[in-house]
Design a protein around this ligand. Structure first.
Ligand code: GDP
Ligand code: MN
Length: 391
């Protein structure tokens, strides 16, 4: 599950990552104990708050009060804002640094860019550097060192320093995603993490008393944010009016998918990390997921994304078919992106799906199909675009 920014910063700061001075508030009366300007940041467990108006730089007391009055209690990106984090505002160069676990391959991707900020996706190709390594601390540290070396000082120093600390937090807390965007590199050559996105592994909470205590202390916020932990997999509603339902696996990859869909103008209904390895032949969790989505009239299309390393896709397809058959109320077309063992058998099984179902192996193509349907530009209605199990 994804932590709120305030908690993500607490987790990273404990490992030495420098974060701006800040505190959490749920009322308008608090006077921040530091100088103007302040940043007022809505605490909802989803990215893209800046673009949605959830991040306000307040230059004086009046702007501060107005920002809090507007944000507290409002619904932002499908979540009620119960708290805002107030921070001393910083200015500088906005960089990007992330460590992402790909659970299906047990590999880790390290991403770094000196062109961070809310438009990071737009210049991803030109500015983003990445390395994919094994899930070991020395391998990730080496990747950070090699990436940092490709930037000039002081950005290189910032990446090296924050990268090491992020890496320690990533391994010690068994994180699935640790992202800093923006990492501000200031004019005086110092640096500070202005935003932090952390996805924890629910299965690790029992082994992580620190995370357990943090979540318990803030349970009201997480419950209010619609975070469901009861199924043993991550299912977070992102947007009450979302148009794309997601049945996906891999927390980091699923986060990226949510970001990409939002970038292309869609409103993902949920975040999902369904963990195919834990199905053990039972379709129950898939049925739960589909029935939950079928209740949302705004969901126009369902995207399933699985790539099987160990799992046999034919087995997965059988379970998905059962789940689709047991969810007759689901009307939305389904786009399935699968790569891996048994893909031909999986296609044959999916041919019997009770809804329009399209199979793609290329993620970009799958996403563009989803975007077209969500925006109503598919050209054909779901019933006529009956492209079942394209060979
Ligand atoms: P997100 O949109 O949910 O990722 O929220 P962020 O915390 O990243 O805030 C969005 C954007 O607001 C950032 O990319 C920055 O450009 C800007 N921002 C956030 N904090 C500060 C700050 O302290 N100072 C300044 N100048 N900009 C900030
Ligand atoms: Mn951010």
């Amino acid at each position: 599950m994804m932590l709120l920014e305030h908690d993500a910063k607490t987790v990273l700061a404990e490992h030495g990552v420098p974060v701006p001075q800040g505190f959490l508030t749920s009322s308008v009366s608090d006077e921040p104990p530091f100088d103007f300007p302040w940043v007022v940041k809505a605490q909802v467990p989803v990215g893209g708050r800046g673009k949605a108006g959830g991040i306000v730089v307040a230059r004086n007391r009046d702007e501060y009060d107005k920002a809090l009055e507007r944000l507290l209690g409002s619904v932002l990106l499908g979540h009620r804002v119960r708290h805002c984090r107030i921070e001393a505002a910083v200015t500088g160069q906005e960089c990007y640094l992330a460590i992402i676990l790909d659970a299906s391959t047990a590999r880790v991707t390290v991403l770094a860019s000196e062109l961070g900020g809310i438009d990071v996706e737009n210049h991803a190709a030109e500015g983003m550097r990445s390395e994919k390594v094994d899930y070991t601390q020395p391998a990730v540290l080496a990747a950070i060192e090699s990436l940092a070396g490709q930037f000039n000082t002081p950005v290189a120093n910032a990446m090296r320093d924050v990268g090491k600390k992020l890496c320690n937090a990533f391994f010690e807390r068994e994180l699935m995603l640790a992202e800093i965007n923006p990492l501000f590199v200031l004019a005086d050559g110092t640096w500070v993490a202005a935003d932090a996105k952390v996805v924890i592994d629910d299965n690790a909470i029992d082994r992580q008393p620190y995370l357990h205590a943090l979540l318990t202390e803030r349970s009201a916020d997480y419950e209010a944010a619609n975070v469901k932990l009861t199924h043993g997999f991550d299912f977070v509603k992102l947007d009450d009016l979302g148009d794309v339902g997601l049945v996906t696996t891999g927390a980091g990859l699923s986060m990226q998918l949510v970001d990409e869909l939002q970038r292309q103008g869609c409103r993902p209904y949920n975040f999902c990390d369904i963990r195919t390895g834990q199905f053990r032949g039972q379709p129950d969790r898939l049925i739960d997921a589909l029935q939950w989505m079928a209740q949302a009239p705004s969901v126009k299309v369902v995207l399933m994304n699985f790539f099987a390393g160990v799992t046999d896709l034919a087995e997965l397809a059988k379970l998905m078919l059962i789940a689709l058959e047991r969810t007759p109320q689901l009307r939305a077309p389904v786009i399935v992106r699968i790569v891996g063992n048994g893909i031909d058998s999986a296609k044959a099984i999916f041919a019997a799906a009770p809804v329009p179902l399209t199979i793609e192996t290329d993620l970009d193509i799958a996403v563009s199909r989803v975007v077209a349907i969500a925006r109503g530009h598919s050209g054909t209605s779901p019933t006529t675009s009956h492209t079942k199990a394209v060979a």
